[in-house]
Ligand binder design. Structure first.
Ligand code: ADP
Ligand code: MG
Length: 424
């Protein structure tokens, strides 16, 4: 993070326990009620530090571990400051997220926190009927949540107006850059007024994001809630060494041994996902699969079944690696190693949400020892070696030493005020 910062940049390192109650944050009575109704009692560290700063209009880069409530952290200040539809019919805030499913989920969290105040929220995701979205935009919208491709589409059609936007959120920014959405994101940012607030969030923030931040944010303040560890402590993390041609059998044995409540099994490719799903569904019931080539309707159905508990095993690509919040997921299995160590952090973060327990297993084939080492360095922790008799390829796997992290530097505020509209 230090390269985003200059000498004057200040980084906040919130600690757990700083905020005992939402009463410690200056929120409107309506928002307090919505938060209580959502069942939130104590703000998470990122919420405790991001909400007050965001309410001051400051640009913020927030890094906090998976499952620690980043969505509410950026949604609450936005909802608090929205003008009513009678005063403004054009979007005031745009939230950009990498996947369609995440867009839906963020939309629902916004609806929940908007309880008691009629709020027009539009989810503009790809794979969905555009005419419905066009009608919604025409009827007046206060907050937009969308994927970069579809948002860009609406910009080109001139159906998405941006001149009243005072806040842009980039959730999982690193992922969006990773999967080639940089041009669309830059276009969206360029089209929004310069005098706006930009919030950028993720559990992982590599240098490409810092460069984006530099060019599109004004004196961003950095909140780092994971300076010690990016991985969540309540997730037990293990690995197996296994020969490539024995992975399938090891997986079956592991699933029988663990008998997971709900598991996501990550594969590298769409075809590999299909193949493994077909194999598993012969032996296990309540299996499903999901990847980017499936019809959106089918993707929605699978995810809903997972949320409802009708699916127990989901075989998927990294399309569900980011942001998806399903508290009943107990097991993550990396059948194939992720592309990089940050993807590992996010995949594993689909379990162990908000302090719950979870367990993650990673299959490592001979020749992949280096990737395992880089994961261990990234999470600053060694994975525990696990074994099931008869399925051990014993490759040369070097385990990493814990890595010292560079000290962080310090920022100043970018004053841009907006009043809390709901304080009535
Ligand atoms: P992140 O984006 O950091 O991965 P999410 O925003 O998806 O995490 O939140 C994870 C879960 O925790 C969600 O189900 C959310 O509703 C819930 N949650 C958020 N804030 C709180 C809180 N203060 N107390 C309890 N639960 C919360
Ligand atoms: Mg999130």
């Amino acid at each position: 993070m230090s390269s985003v910062t200059d000498e004057k940049t200040e980084v906040l390192f919130p600690t757990d326990g700083d905020y005992q109650s939402f009463d410690d944050i200056d929120l409107s009575p309506l928002m307090r009620r919505a938060v209580a109704r959502a069942g939130f009692t104590k703000p998470s560290p990122i919420q405790g530090s991001l909400i007050p700063l965001a309410l001051e209009g400051v640009d913020v880069i927030g890094q906090a571990r998976t499952g620690t409530g980043k969505t509410a952290a950026f949604s609450i200040p936005i909802l608090e400051q929205l003008d009513g539809l009678e005063d403004c019919r054009d979007p005031q805030a745009i939230i950009v997220v990498p996947t369609r499913e995440l867009a839906d989920q963020v939309g629902r969290e916004l609806e929940r926190l908007a309880f008691g105040v009629p709020t027009e929220i539009a989810v503009l995701a790809g794979g969905k009927n555009i005419n419905r979205q066009l009608r919604q935009l025409q009827n007046g919208v206060q907050v937009v949540v969308g994927t970069p491709g579809r948002l860009h589409d609406h910009l080109q059609r001139k159906s998405l107006r941006t001149d009243k936007v005072w806040c842009v959120v980039l959730d999982e920014a690193d992922r969006m850059l990773d999967i080639g959405f940089r041009p669309q994101i830059e276009r969206i940012l360029r089209r929004c007024p310069r005098q706006r607030q930009t919030l950028l969030l993720s559990a992982t923030l590599p240098p490409a994001v810092q460069r984006l931040a530099k060019s599109y944010m004004i004196d961003p303040q950095i909140i780092d809630c994971c300076q010690k560890e990016v991985a969540v402590e309540t997730i037990e993390q293990r690995y197996f060494t296994v020969a490539q041609d024995q992975k399938g059998e090891l997986l079956r044995r592991l699933l029988k041994r663990e008998d997971p409540k709900q598991a996501i099994i990550f594969c590298r490719t769409k075809r590999g996902t299909d193949r493994l799903y077909r194999q598993l569904s012969r032996d296990f019931d309540k299996c499903g699969s999901m990847h980017g080539d499936m019809q959106q309707r089918e993707r929605d159905r699978v995810l809903q079944n997972l949320r409802d508990g009708n699916l127990r095993i989901l075989v998927a690509t990294d399309v569900v690696g980011r942001g998806i919040d399903i508290s009943t997921i107990s097991h993550i299995i990396n059948y194939d190693l992720p592309q990089d160590s940050d993807d590992y952090v996010h995949r594993v973060g689909r379990t162990g949400r908000m302090g719950r327990d979870g367990i993650a297993f990673t299959f490592v084939v001979p020749g992949e020892g280096e990737m395992l080492t880089s994961i261990e360095q990234r999470i600053n922790r060694e994975l525990i070696r696990d074994q099931i008799e008869g399925y051990d390829a014993s490759p040369q796997v070097e385990t990493a030493k814990p890595v010292e992290q560079a000290p962080k530097k310090q920022t100043r505020l970018n004053p841009m005020f907006r009043r809390v509209k709901r304080r009535r």
